[in-house]
Design a protein around this ligand. Sequence first.
Ligand code: ADP
Length: 649
Amino acid sequence: MRPPLGIAILLAPQTENCMSTTAEKHVFQAEVNEVLALVVNSLYSHREVFLRELISNAADAIDQLNFKSLTDHSLLGDDKELRIELIRDDKAGTLTIRDNGVGMTREELIGNLGTIARSGSKKLMQSLSAEQKKDITLIGQFGVGFYSAFLVADSVTVISRKAGSAETWVWESQAKGDFEVRTGERAGRGTDVILRLKDDAKDYLNEWPVREVIGKYSDYVRWPIRMEVERGGGDEKKQEWTTLNQARALWTKSKADVTDEQHHEFYKALSHDWAEPLAWTHFKVEGTHELTGLLYIPRKAPFDLVEKRKSGVKLFVKRVFIMDDAQEIVPEWLRFLRGVVDSEDLPLNVSREILQKDATTRFIKKQVVGKTLTLLEELAAEGETEREVDGEKQKSDRFLTFWTEFGRLLKEGVYHDIDARDRLAKLLRFRSTKDDGWHGLQSYVARMPADQKAIYYVAADSLATAKSSPHIEALGKRGCEVLLLTDAIDEWIVDALRKFDDKDFVSAAKGALDLPETDEQKQAKEAKAKELAPLTERMQKALDTQVKSVRVTDRLTDSPACLVSDEHGMSARQERVLREAGQDVPQQKRILELNADHAVVKKLTGLADDAEFADWAALLHDQALLAEGAMPADPAAFARRLTALMGKA
Ligand code: ADP
């Protein structure tokens, strides 16, 4: 079943673990009232979704029982027909959602219907602005699930008996700061969620509004949803049970028979997202292995995308639900996916241990990766299109939407998944010196001037620092586009790729840049290096403790100096990123490069006073650090030297 409650609710039970037959009161913590109020107020205009949420919980509970009964037949007992029932009681003004699924124990009732399941949820909720709290797609991320019951009910009673247990427990709340738990009676296993409908929600006591909502949201629910309805007229009038849904798993239908609308609703119920999915792939594989997959890409990344390692793909075997979050069949870097994989080959009693060893698992995983990559490639090829989103026509580039939300995970994929690396490389997008847009490597290579041999990049903490980095001055002048890498992991990604389309990735801040040059330019460069040899030697002595060497460069056009790393060494930024992550990385000395044509460098050549020369050298070194967004080792000394220099000017 899904991980317990996705909403930020903290509970402070007053009487934990006390098995009394009288009612125990449990107080919601202060935040809970706020969260409940928020759900009820913000989602008011979408309140019909309560039925989708509660039915989806009931279907999950039946899935769980069905799975458990594979190994323990006694759990089913005489109650073998798994189903969901909707019971309307006009007199009492209640609508009950009843399932004969797995049920809940006392502890599960208390825990599941109100604990913080996702660390960070509460913090996020507190950080949301009033405006953001109205944004249902943001609120949807909390997975309001069960709490949507309070959209239509002023009192909710849950009566549940866990499969295999003789005890029935009752949970009841008016969402007014507390809930009550007591023992109760129930004919067999399963759960009743009884909603005492608010006056303005009494419409749900009628057949047609209920049918309409089921048709819209829950037609594909795999278990029959039954309701007693009135048939015939006059003396012929009688009550009869009818099934409201098709009760056929959506993914088992042929692709052409599933409408976009159905996909949207299926996805929303499956993922508890409130927004429509960005895209999906529905595939069947036949041959030695048979499987069906229905995978969705959400429109928005969850707030804990980077830390949360779980995916949202459910594993089914021959239509029987087996497990949520089947990590064995979905690599971690595809954890943005939501959906279902249904295998014909795995045994019904499959466990995580079996999955880890079974060759079928590898086959399924390969299919999931392959089909997702194909979907992403199609999106990337699609460019900007016009389509309907939430009833409104919108022009958008779906791939760029994906990239801005989930691009980070594709980079993880490049790093970890060697088999997918080549296809992933084509999907990567970077900022570059060309313009403010996102650029793929294929288009970068297509734009390269004939004499440019490598793919150039520069890494910095911000786009502004990368753009004005001294390291890329000469590259820009020579018409070479430079990729601007600002994500902390970017340099490791290009290191992992090494090449794209047979062109090496070359850091503008490492090694001796092998710039495209004419013979004349080459000779001029060598002559300058010779001429400045006394200066570079003198500087090296002055900066001996800080730099590995000093040399003349053609990397710069406007700045006097810059610092570069060895061609194969770690960049200064990589070192910094690792240190910030708490790793112990020895500081490597770098090479100070001088721009022979710069007035300051020329002036240095003529400086006779050794102390003054040392100050200038230190200043030059420290400003090179500042220009790449780093800090001089001794900022106070830097400021002192600069002030002294200004005083003399
Ligand atoms: P979510 O379903 O997103 O986890 P909910 O608030 O809808 O969040 O439900 C919280 C948890 O309560 C579920 O994960 C499940 O463990 C339990 N639950 C809810 N409804 C039922 C039910 N009808 N039968 C058994 N367990 C249920």
